[in-house]
Design a protein. Structure first.
Length: 575
């Protein structure tokens, strides 16, 4: 980077002076006549006149007017130090366990601050060349630009830009967007202060982190991620030149807009300017121009059900604003490779059941000994409208069907009411409950199998033996046991009957994953977790979980022996 000290060296092309005739014919006569009532006098003649008492009153009025005008102009003006004291709105990012981006949360501005020292020099050089080639040789404003703006105001009655990088930074970070003389004066004053307070390098860094690049991308890092799917530190010269050309008119030069060819033309202009400013050689510019710009595909969100579920949890702890603007870096337990496989599996299996009019499905995959959630597919297609795709079935109450039977048998074996070898009569049976009609369950195959061991009754998912086992356990006792396993939806036992073991009560799949984890863990209930580490965007660690430190640290709710027996029944293909 060139020296950042102020220099008195003139710019390569000196700004043209304001025409003397305009001063003589327009400004001076207007001041003489308007303030002192003097006509047809030159400046030299006026200096020899004595000021009358009425003239002194007019001078006092002028001073008063200037004071009032200054107060009106600068009242409530933001402090230039807000550029560093005011927190930037930084988007939060959700990563999988291997560092792959899952989702990015933000409000209106998607931004990731970056240090200028982490960028290749040609990234900031391209911006300086196209936006403000004399940036390192002025004090925040261009005399040429100011003269042009003043002439535009006087003769064309319209406000014009001619802004330097510092002025653009002030406009975007400190001021409102209206185009008025008042705002222009404020902009000029703040620019002077910003240049006095901050070194050029810091001003340029703040600019590269603040300026809009189109869509929701604010700052060069977010722009690089949006357009090229990479960090700004990995940009090529051609890509850097393309991004540098965007802020002037993001919609016009967008490669995704109506005229994508304009983006290539703008890039060529930036490269030419860089050559003129001797930042790169002509050979480098030609090579960059030849290279095809490979823009990132518009990515569909990965694991959206998981991302939004996690956002709700984080918002409860840190607040919604921190999640959208606080720049958190959240490393989750999710494995995106496994997530993609699970998503495909759900779509495939649901497709097989189309004739049965099954249109949706969900899956959750965990690592039982640590409770880590490795995959969460909340529906076949998050964007489907015909099947309420945005509903996360993993968190919804659904009837579990026969999947609850192993928990029923586990309780009976734990309480020594049965063993895996206990013979249960699978015969026509009706159960009577006071105040209710007879309950006569049937098996899914509409057959009866006589005396059958509990192992085979569970292995074949026969209904009548399962109901008899629940009758032995008692519904209240089983509801209490289910709660200990992690089932949160079973509340008042009086609401349930013996059909509870056949899926008569609603359960959240996420609860069922925790409950079945007990069997895999030899009887230990390990709470599910979804976050490994949370940092702020500056790298400070806010919280961290190390899986090896929490392995099998949960509470014991089942004996290892019972867990083994039930698990063995479930994996036995002969059962």
């Amino acid at each position: 980077m060139p020296t950042l000290k102020k220099t008195n060296k003139p710019p390569k092309t000196a700004p043209p002076p304001v025409p003397v005739n305009i001063l003589k014919k327009k400004f001076i006569p207007s001041i003489l006549e308007g303030i002192w009532g003097i006509k047809d006098k030159t400046v030299a003649q006026v200096s020899r006149l004595s000021i009358k008492p009425s003239g002194k009153i007019k001078i006092l009025l002028l001073v008063l007017i200037l004071i009032v005008a200054s107060a009106w102009t600068f009242w409530g003006i933001p402090l230039p130090t807000q550029l560093t004291s005011q927190e930037l709105a930084v988007s939060s990012k959700l990563f999988d366990r291997n560092g792959k981006l899952i989702y990015e949360f933000y409000t209106k501005e998607r931004r990731t601050p970056i240090k200028i020292d982490d960028l290749p020099e040609y990234v900031w050089q391209s911006t300086v060349s196209i936006e403000d080639k004399d940036f390192f040789h002025h004090y925040g404003f261009s005399p040429t630009g100011i003269a042009r703006a003043m002439l535009s105001i006087i003769f064309q009655k319209k406000l014009e830009g001619g802004s330097t990088l510092t002025q653009q930074l002030v406009k975007n970070a400190l001021l409102t967007p209206e185009r008025t003389v008042k705002r222009k004066v404020r902009e000029f004053a703040l620019t002077v202060f910003v240049e006095a307070l901050y070194p050029k390098k810091q001003i340029l860094e703040m600019y590269l982190n603040q300026i809009p690049y189109g869509s929701t991308a604010y700052g060069v890092e977010a722009a690089s991620e949006l357009y090229f799917g990479k960090d700004a530190k990995n940009l090529t010269i051609g890509e850097a030149a393309f991004l540098a050309g965007l802020p002037a008119a993001p919609s016009t030069y967008s490669p995704f807009g109506a005229h994508p060819e304009l983006a290539k033309g703008r890039q060529a202009t930036v490269l030419r300017r860089m050559v003129e400013d001797k930042y790169i050689t002509q050979e480098q510019a030609d090579e960059a121009q030849k290279q095809e710009l490979k823009f990132a595909d518009v990515q569909t969100p990965s694991a959206p059900h998981f991302a939004f579920w996690l956002k709700e949890q984080l918002a409860e702890k840190y607040g919604e604003k921190v999640i959208d603007q606080g720049g958190l870096r959240i490393t989750t337990t999710l494995d995106l490779s496994l997530q993609d496989y699970a998503q495909q599996a759900v779509a495939t299996e649901v497709g097989k059941l189309k004739k049965q009019k099954v249109g949706n499905g969900a899956v959750i995959v965990t690592k039982p000994d640590t409770g880590e959630i490795l995959a969460m597919v909340g529906s076949k297609d998050y964007f489907a409208t015909d099947e309420d795709g945005k509903v996360n079935v993993i968190l919804a109450k659904r009837q579990p069907g026969s999947s609850i039977k192993p928990l029923n048998y586990a309780l009976a074996i734990q309480d020594k009411k049965i063993t895996a070898a206990t013979a249960i009569a699978d015969v026509p049976t009706c159960f009577s409950v006071i105040g209710q009609e007879l309950y006569c369950p049937i098996n899914y195959d509409n057959n009866f199998h006589g005396l059958i061991q509990a192992r085979f009754a569970l292995g074949n998912s026969y209904n009548i033996p399962a109901v008899k086992v629940l009758a032995l356990n008692g519904v209240p006792h089983f509801v209490d046991f289910a709660n200990k396993l992690g089932i949160t939806t079973f509340t008042d036992p009086s609401k349930y009957g013996l059909s509870l073991t056949l899926g008569g009560g609603e359960i959240k799949p996420i609860d069922m994953a925790e409950a079945f984890g007990v069997l895999a863990n030899g009887g230990i209930k390990q709470p599910l977790i979804s976050i490994l580490k949370i940092q702020d965007w500056k790298g400070n660690t806010l919280e961290e979980v190390k899986p090896n430190d929490i392995k099998l640290t949960g509470s014991r709710v089942l004996s290892p022996e019972v867990s083994f027996i039930v698990s063995h029944i479930l994996l036995d293909n002969n059962a």
